[in-house]
Design a binder for this molecule. Structure first.
Ligand SMILES: [Zn+2]
Length: 251
């Protein structure tokens, strides 16, 4: 797991698998952990890493309900998980889905964990909306299209955008079962003015990228979703398989 500082109040840990991002944001004696790394050793070491860096954890947040983003409670079992209302509705409508998918992935990859995942008390947050952190506020913006649920988080004082599964330097836009091409394009346009102000953008998968690069990726992703033109730097066999699935779903 790689940990980098984007701002005195923002740390990003990147998982060894799928380059999944976990972002810690603090202000004063409050702080949030957004999304999660995947491997048990990464989750185990996370509390110590944040404590050492002086990042308090008052609660967990998740950009969307996909199982690989909601593992925070494995690291912070006492913390409450805040999600967009759309994500809370998904988690209520599909009880146990993240747990089942986590178990299946663990079995496939021979990963052993000390205990099962419990999401505990899931708090539904109105989106668009705001969450207080110390003397600052995190802005919550709707971010659907990859899935039918989700939110992007904008930290104005740090000029950092945590956007969930959008604007990735390593994967093309993925329309999951509940995803939608039109909704994805609308989310990209909603993110555009935030990206323009951002020093850093933290995608759900892949290292944090500077605002300029994120703006270029945004344009590539619009082109991809409009004309199915694969971005030059994201044409691996895995991304081509995602592309084939996207076309099937959009058809
Ligand atoms: Zn993801």
């Amino acid at each position: 797991m790689r940990v980098v500082s984007l701002h005195p109040d923002v740390l990003v840990a990147t998982s060894r698998v799928w380059q999944t991002s976990c972002t810690a944001i603090r202000s004063g004696d409050e702080g949030f952990v957004i999304d999660s790394p995947l491997f048990p050793d990464e989750l185990e070491v996370l509390p110590a890493v944040l404590e050492q860096a002086g990042f308090p954890v008052s609660g967990l947040l998740a950009t969307h309900g996909d199982w690989d983003h909601v593992l925070g409670r494995l690291a912070f079992p006492g913390a409450a998980l805040g999600v967009a209302e759309t994500t809370a509705a998904y988690l209520t409508g599909e009880p146990g889905a993240p747990q089942r998918e986590l178990r299946a992935w663990d079995e496939e990859n021979y990963v052993e964990r000390p205990g099962p995942l419990s999401l505990g008390q899931v708090q539904a947050l109105p989106v668009p909306g705001r969450v207080d952190v110390g003397e600052h506020e995190l802005e919550l913006h709707p971010a659907d299209g990859h899935t039918a649920d989700g939110m992007a988080l904008w930290a104005p004082w740090a000029r950092v955008l945590v956007c969930g599964d959008y604007l990735s330097p390593v994967e093309i836009p993925a329309l999951s079962q509940t995803g939608s091409r039109d909704a994805y394009l609308a989310t990209l346009e909603r993110l555009r003015p935030l990206v323009a102000q951002a020093d850093w953008v933290v995608p759900g998968h892949g290292a944090a990228i500077e605002g300029d690069r994120a703006a270029a990726i945004l344009d590539e992703d619009v082109r991809y979703l409009t004309d199915w033109e694969l971005p030059l730097t994201r044409r691996t066999a895995t991304q081509r398989a995602v592309d084939a699935e996207n076309r099937e779903r959009a058809a």
